[in-house]
Design a protein around this ligand. Structure first.
Ligand code: ARG
Length: 460
């Protein structure tokens, strides 16, 4: 035992260190860690807990650390456990005894709660602006396509004619709600946990209002135990990010379908497509597929976070260190997907002629043919039956409703007159739908004007 005991213990210690450390990933918020320490130290001096000289020494030390990291002069050496210990040790190395006062009245528990909030708060804003860029692109497509007819689908079967503006407008609403969710989370999370100590506050006369204000929060959090163990805002954020991915994924799925040889509604730009190593004719929608695929990763992060938090007793537990890697990954994934997706949509071309003839050929005007009969006094249920017969007749002859002769119409129902052709034209079918939210041009223009105003509003 003695022969290898010492060595074994040493090796185990290294394993424990490796298992326990978070510096390899929490270095991502070094900026926020230093920002939080600066606010803390200013408050300590203002409250008379440390001297102004010590404050200035610490502040200049922290500034030095920040610029040395940013300019690549200081590397994160992994013998330190986490970013908090790394910065503190480095500060003491630089400025000596004054540096040892930085952590007065603070615990890593309130420190990490603060850093994670500061980091995600910034990322919420960045994600929001990427969603806004996508909305701006969708808005352009909508403005240009209020007359671009296409089939609207239910069950992926052609249903009724709509316009490209209307179809894209559905996604506009989804992404608008996504921004709303990000804003709601921001409003709820923007309270400062700093000053909560390990769990029970501190005996120092900390001015929590001051640090909260210096760091741009609405105010200090109101329960120190909750402050160090609250990760609700991450769960809410991961849920909002999952919903963004779900929307992107649905849109991607449609683009993939529209981009097939069978549909040919769109052509994804070469820059956003890839080829096959064996089949020379192929041009694959990889970017859309990857965005669709990456939703799984983000949903996974949400599930991990929910599961990690489940059953944790108050207050801080080390389990919570697990909040970082998958949250960071989810945020980076969503930001990447939003940027790529926006680029793909921006460069994609729409084959308006194909969309229009697809709408013409799929009996998408059958409901309007029935409404025509209703307007001439036929009860709706009878009209439905009559148009069903028209459709059967057309399928048999492989023609569309507007290609039938008036005699053929009259043979099925004498109520039909020459005005049937106008009544079932794509233009009439769409334009008659003028209630707000419908695809008719007049209704769409109202919505587009509202969206225009919405996009002008400042984000935060
Ligand atoms: N690295 C830790 C985390 O990410 C920081 C908090 C450590 N606190 C503690 N009491 N061990 O959660």
């Amino acid at each position: 035992m003695k022969l290898w005991g010492g060595r074994f213990t040493k090796e185990e210690n290294q394993l424990v260190h490796n298992f326990n450390e978070s510096l390899s990933f929490d270095q991502k918020f070094y900026r926020q860690d230093i920002q939080g320490s600066m606010a803390h130290v200013k408050m300590l001096a203002a409250a008379g807990i440390i001297s102004e000289d010590d404050r200035d020494t610490i502040l200049s030390g922290l500034e030095g650390i920040l610029s040395d990291i940013e300019e690549g002069r200081l590397e994160f050496s992994l013998e330190h456990e986490d970013i908090h210990s790394f910065v503190e040790a480095n500060l003491i190395e630089r400025v000596g005894d004054a540096g040892k006062k930085l952590h007065t009245g603070r615990s890593r528990n309130d420190q990490v709660a603060l850093d994670m909030k500061l980091y995600t708060r910034d990322e919420i804003k960045e994600t929001d602006s990427l969603v806004k860029e996508l909305l701006t692109e969708l808005h352009i497509i909508m403005k240009e396509n209020t007359d671009t007819y296409m089939p609207g689908f239910t069950h992926l079967q052609k249903a009724q004619p709509v316009t490209l503006a209307h179809h894209v407008g559905a996604y506009f609403e989804m992404f608008k709600r996504d921004r709303g969710r990000l804003h709601d989370i921001y409003e709820r999370m923007n309270y400062c946990p700093l000053g909560s100590g390990a769990l029970a506050g501190t005996t120092y006369p900390l001015d929590r209002e001051m640090t909260s204000e210096l760091l741009g929060f609405y105010g200090p959090t109101l329960n120190s135990m909750d402050s160090v163990s609250d990760r609700d805002y991450l769960i809410e954020l991961l849920s909002a990010l999952s919903t963004i991915m779900m929307h992107l994924s649905r849109f991607c799925e449609e683009i993939i379908i529209w981009n097939t040889n069978e549909y040919r509604f769109v052509e994804i730009d070469d820059a956003y497509s890839t080829g096959s190593s064996i089949m020379p004719q192929k041009k694959n929608p990889d970017i859309a597929e990857l965005v669709r695929g990456k939703s799984g990763r983000v949903y996974g992060a949400l599930m991990s976070m929910l599961t990690t938090m489940k059953g944790l007793p108050l207050a801080y537990n080390k389990d919570m260190q697990e909040d970082k890697e998958f949250t960071f990954d989810a945020i980076d994934t969503v930001k990447g997907c939003l940027a790529l997706f926006t680029g793909m949509v921006k460069t994609m071309s729409f084959r308006k002629d194909v969309m229009e003839s697809s709408a013409k050929n799929g009996f998408t005007n059958a409901t309007d043919a029935a409404d025509y009969l209703v307007n001439k006094g036929v009860p709706f249920r009878d009209a439905h039956g009559i148009v069903g017969k028209l459709v059967l007749f057309c399928i048999d002859k492989n023609i569309s409703l507007d290609e039938m002769t008036l005699e053929e119409y009259k043979a099925i129902s004498p109520v039909f007159e020459n005005d049937i052709y106008d009544a079932i034209s794509l233009k009439t079918c769409v334009e008659k739908r003028t209630t707000i939210g419908a695809p008719g041009k007049a209704a769409m223009e109202k919505v587009i004007a509202l969206n225009e105003e919405y996009l002008k509003k400042p984000a935060f």
